[in-house]
Write a protein that binds this ligand. Structure first.
Ligand code: NAP
Length: 245
């Protein structure tokens, strides 16, 4: 069975992508950095409810050695690595005047360097895969890559950086491996759980479909990009129309 590595899949969007790939017939490496129990629970749920295998694997994607170990553990578990979803991400709300260079770097390390580290380590295995239509890498960016974000400049910069990485790698790895990005709008996960009611009301006013996104909305996009053999170097915007406003 072909295998996928979904970084940051102990919860939220990553969890939904891991479960979707498992339902679609892929073995899944469920990556986490600190939520060991949650990651194990995701792997167990997959094993119980699908015909796929799953393993929980710790690894900080921002650390090149840990990223390489994470890829090795995936290949060791399944004997294959056909798809990578670079989903692991961190967010932080701080005005630039209060933002330290260390905090700036730490968000960049996970969000951009993490995708680079994992993709680089995965590359030899993806090249060996005979996945149809092709092996793929999908990077989870954000609507904030386009709009910027006043209190999270480092997060917005990291997500814009991911779009450059996506197009560069799509050209680099063609025709053997497709590389795309997803740019979600507001998705209900731990990352957005701290919004006040006023903030949510203001944000909802800018979403034409009049609901926030669910992790499964992004899992649908990830499954589409995995299977879309004529799509590479693209960003799929999944935001309920928010980008139009
Ligand atoms: P979340 O609920 O906060 O989950 C984040 C995931 O990333 C967790 O599994 C976490 O693992 C993992 N992670 C964090 N740092 C890591 C590291 N250094 N190495 C490996 N794993 C790490 O976030 P989410 O809302 O599902 O977001 C998933 C992705 O979508 C992120 O890239 C985020 O920027 C992007 N996104 C989210 C939204 C949204 O509205 N929610 C919108 C646009 C884009 P632990 O559980 O072990 O901490």
């Amino acid at each position: 069975m072909p295998a996928v590595l979904v970084t940051g899949s102990s919860r939220g969007i990553g969890r939904a992508i891991a479960e979707r790939f498992a339902r679609d017939g892929y073995d899944v490496a469920v990556n986490y950095v600190s939520s060991a129990q949650k990651a194990r629970a995701v792997a167990e749920t997959i094993q119980q409810n699908t015909d796929s295998e799953a393993v929980a694997v710790r690894g900080d994607v921002g650390d090149p050695e840990e990223a390489a170990d994470l890829v090795d553990a995936t290949v060791e578990a399944f004997g294959d690595l056909s798809h990578v979803v670079n989903n692991a991400g961190v967010d932080q709300h701080v005005h630039t005047e209060d933002l330290s260079p260390e905090d700036f770097d730490s968000v960049m390390d996970t969000n951009v360097n993490g995708a680079f580290n994992v993709t680089k380590a995965a590359l030899p295995h993806l090249k060996e895969s005979d996945a149809a239509p092709t092996p793929s890498v999908t990077n989870v960016s954000s609507i904030l890559a386009y709009t910027g974000a006043p209190v999270e400049c480092h997060y917005a910069a990291s997500k814009a950086g991911l779009l450059g990485l996506t197009k560069s790698h799509a050209g680099d790895f063609a025709p053997d491996i497709r590389v795309n990005a997803i740019a979600p709008g507001h998705i209900e996960t731990d990352m957005t759980a701290d919004r006040t009611d006023d903030e949510k009301r203001d944000e909802m006013a800018n979403i034409p479909v009049e609901r926030f996104g669910q992790p499964e909305d992004i899992a649908d996009a990830a499954a589409y990009l995995r299977d879309a053999g004529f799509v590479t170097g693209e960003t799929l915007n999944v935001n309920g129309g928010e980008l139009m406003r």
